[in-house]
Design a protein. Structure first.
Lengths: 165, 255
């Protein structure tokens, strides 16, 4: 049952990454690798959060680092810069529900602005959700960029000798 | 090297870097690629970039002549295919010692390639948002509603963009359309209606400028990095405005 959960999590993340990636018009040859990276990254985050009890921010950092490192390796195979592979793969990890709750509590704060107890409750909720969604977004970008600094030579010659131009 | 040849090189490099910056490539890559092409053609290139314009100076090896150009950066839709292929072009120019004419021909070939079929993109995005809904714990009905809402919302976005409506208005309207469609799940009494509502607008999140901005800042191109992030935050605020109109309308059934 646990294995089914992990696999289905990765599968849906892969579909989400390919779909959101297609808005930015990636080359066709990149799609399989975007899917693999997204599936591995999201499943890793799911495992960390569910089985090891890691918080969402640190788990996102680790998952983004895995995706970034994977994109160094795969990028050489399909002659794509790392960003082409890892940006779509990161998108399924965007903290959507937290972002939604931030907006929702802000709206409710305006509605309850005259009632001090309810209003401050919503304001508190807004700051809580806003802090989580901002930190996760930030950690996603940082985690995926760190491999670029560690493997600079390789990361900068990813498209050398491309057969696709 | 004649002055005319240097002017031709400067003109080509100006076009090359404006296309790359316009289609959403992070700055340090653009600078590196342009310098690489310049080195292959025997000139030094220095570039200053900002959000809407870029300045480049092409100098010959003896520093006798230089050509400076200021170029406007056109607003292309983001294209990873250009990112990959134009980067590969700079390596090809460097490794195969291509002439300027050959590079220009390849450049025209790459930029003339058609984009992905919009109907295919529409389908893929809807599918993606539906699986996103599943990742957040939505059930099959919530997924179906998200799929439909995204399809209608993204269709609106594609058509407004085609009509060249201001992109802030495009974001507000499509966020509103997608979320109002998703709010039908509240009326239908689906258990995970709130998740459907929350995910329906996520196809609009400007992930590429956000991450590019952070990459630029860590690479030291702080000004353009901040511009990109501010730009992305403006779009996120627009999504929030569009969605809050829906929330105002349906908030009683959400509490």
């Amino acid at each position: 049952m646990i294995a089914v959960d992990i696999i289905s999590d990765g599968l849906f993340a892969a579909v989400a990454a390919m779909g959101f990636g297609s808005i930015s018009d990636p080359p066709m040859r990149a799609f399989p690798y975007i899917a693999i990276l997204a599936a591995v990254g999201h499943a890793a985050r799911y495992c960390l959060m569910t089985f090891l009890g890691v918080d969402i921010v640190s788990a996102s950092l680790v998952a983004a680092f895995i995706i970034g490192t994977g994109s160094v390796w795969f990028g050489r195979k399909v002659f794509c810069p790392m960003t082409v592979l890892y940006i779509p793969a990161l998108l399924p990890m965007v903290p959507g529900t937290y972002a939604y709750k931030t907006v929702f509590s802000l709206i409710m704060f305006f509605q309850e602005i005259s009632s001090p107890t309810k209003g401050s409750e919503y304001l508190q909720e807004m700051i809580f959700n806003g802090a989580v969604s901002f930190s996760v977004l930030f950690m996603l970008a940082v985690g995926a960029t760190v491999p670029v600094f560690l493997l600079r030579e390789r990361a900068n010659s990813m498209t050398r000798g491309s057969k696709f131009i | 090297m004649t002055q005319e040849h240097m002017t031709e090189i400067a003109n080509f490099l100006a076009r090359y870097l404006s296309y790359m910056l316009g289609s959403g490539v992070h700055t340090s890559r653009v600078v590196r690629n342009s310098k690489r092409i310049g080195a292959a053609l025997g000139v030094d290139v220095s570039i200053h970039t900002s959000q809407k314009t870029a300045t480049l100076t092409v100098t010959d090896s003896e520093c006798l002549f230089f050509k400076t150009r200021v170029v406007d950066i056109p607003a292309f839709p983001i294209s990873f295919e250009w990112n990959a292929d134009l980067s590969a072009l700079s390596w090809a120019a460097c490794d195969e010692k291509m002439s300027l004419e050959a590079i220009e021909r390849k450049f025209a070939e790459i930029t003339a390639k058609p984009r992905m079929n919009p109907v295919f993109v529409l389908f893929m995005v809807s599918l993606a948002n539906a699986s996103f809904c599943r990742l957040f714990g939505g059930d099959i009905w919530a997924m179906l509603i998200t799929f439909t809402a995204t399809m209608i919302g993204f269709f609106t976005r594609q058509h407004l963009t085609k009509r060249k409506v201001n992109h802030y208005i495009v974001f507000i309207v499509s966020a509103f359309v997608a979320s109002i469609c998703a709010s039908s799940s509240l009326a239908l009494g689906i258990d995970t209606a709130e998740i459907a509502l929350a995910t329906s607008v996520l196809y609009l999140v400007p992930g590429v400028p956000l991450i590019n901005g952070l990459i630029d800042i860590t690479d030291g191109h702080i000004q353009i990095g901040i511009s990109r992030i501010v730009n992305a935050f403006m779009l996120i605020i627009c999504i929030a405005i569009g969605m809050s109109v829906t929330l105002m309308l349906v908030k009683d059934s959400l509490l």
